[in-house]
Design a protein around this ligand. Structure first.
Ligand SMILES: Cc1cc2nc3c(=O)[nH]c(=O)nc-3n(C[C@H](O)[C@H](O)[C@H](O)COP(=O)(O)O)c2cc1C
Length: 346
């Protein structure tokens, strides 16, 4: 499938997830195959325009992640257009607009899902961006602001007319946040109404569900929490879609993923008080340094999803939350995931 002129090798994608889908994580997921598109965590348009280091960090990606969409949030058409140009200048394949974030910190600045409450203005933002860049502009929205205002079908058409090259719909309202379930009937209706590709998002935690959702008429599926629980889910969905048995994931595979994630975070980023720096020698990351603490926090955040559904997962989760050094974190991961392998055979 294609978004504008960008070819996607698979219709399955990693949904943008703030705090979770950093470049290291995206690369580790992508390594398994089945992933047609990755999207960065949401990045502030204001921060991009002002050139704030920390914001630029969130927009980082590597070549192996292509095709890559950088997701931005903001509400001012001119700033969003300027931010889109920066994204284009950074070499991203697609610039995506966040119209789904329900968090008050974002929504109160007329960004995120609050743009859905002002559809004309939202369309103006997309028009300004589409005029400013050659790369495709895409939109990720929710079903609407609340149950009385489920206007995604109307807004979807408006942003299509304003120049959007594709949209993604998470079938919940902002008021729902993550409660209830995603309305895939609504997603399906929107997919039937639009001429641009529509991605659906919501509640796919098993590879079978992803393949099933493709039958709703969408051109692709964005998977969020399912990838945090099982980074192989897109590859397994691709196996299923190809008529194959989904690949097996062993406990050791799962342990290796976490250890690789720690290594990637450590070698590729060094967090310093004023921001992040790239390419700094790993030697300077001392135990107890702010970089180590940052990595520990990242593993804790992932751990809360990753351990779900695992036998004794809640014990592992508690242990991860209690670990205060990378050494102890590595040790407990090794013990949990590899212990049975290391036991001598009887
Ligand atoms: C921790 C977390 C962070 C998220 N951050 C973003 C974000 O930055 N931008 C965005 O458009 N959606 C964000 N989402 C929403 C997801 O992209 C996705 O649409 C939603 O979780 C529903 O899909 P799922 O059931 O597969 O998780 C986030 C979701 C979670 C769970």
């Amino acid at each position: 499938m294609k978004i504008g002129s960008v070819d996607l090798p698979s219709p399955f994608a990693i949904a943008p997830m703030a705090g979770m889908t950093d470049t290291a994580f995206r690369r580790l997921v992508k390594r398994h195959g089945g992933c047609g598109l990755v999207v960065t965590e949401m990045v502030s348009a204001e921060g991009l325009v002002r050139g704030i280091d920390r914001t630029l960090e969130y927009a980082e990606y590597t070549e192996e992640e292509r095709p890559i969409a950088i997701q931005i949030f903001g509400g001012d058409p001119e700033k969003m257009a300027a931010a889109a140009q920066i994204v284009e200048g950074m070499g991203a394949d697609i610039v995506d607009v966040n119209m789904g974030c329900p968090v008050p910190k974002i929504a109160k600045h007329n960004a995120g899902c609050s743009l859905m409450r002002e559809p004309e203005h939202a369309a103006t933002v997309i028009r300004a961006m589409s005029k400013a860049v050659r790369i495709p502009v895409t939109v990720k929205m929710r079903a609407g602001w609340n149950d009385e205002d489920r206007n995604a079908p109307q807004l979807a058409k408006m942003v299509q007319d304003a120049g959007a090259a594709a949209i993604a719909v998470h079938g919940r309202t902002a008021a729902q946040s993550y409660s209830g379930s995603a309305d895939w009937d609504l997603v399906s209706r929107i997919a039937g109404d639009l001429t641009i590709p529509v991605f659906g998002s919501g509640d796919c935690v098993e590879p079978e569900q992803i393949v099933l959702r493709m039958r709703s008429g969408v051109e692709g599926v964005l998977v969020g929490r399912g990838v945090l629980r099982n980074p192989w889910i897109l590859a397994q969905a691709a196996d299923l879609a190809a008529g194959l048995t989904p690949r097996e994931v062993t406990l050791e595979d799962r342990g290796r993923f976490l250890l690789d994630y720690i290594d990637k975070l450590l070698t590729e980023r060094v967090r310093e008080p004023e921001g992040f720096r790239h390419g700094v020698d790993v030697q300077i990351s001392r135990p107890g340094s702010s970089q180590h603490r940052w990595v520990i926090n990242k593993i804790r955040a992932l751990g809360s999803w990753y351990t779900k559904g695992l036998e004794n997962g809640s014990h592992l989760r508690t242990a991860i939350n209690g670990a205060d050094s990378l050494e102890s974190l590595r040790e407990l991961i090794t013990t949990f995931f590899f212990a049975t392998v290391l036991l001598p055979s009887a």
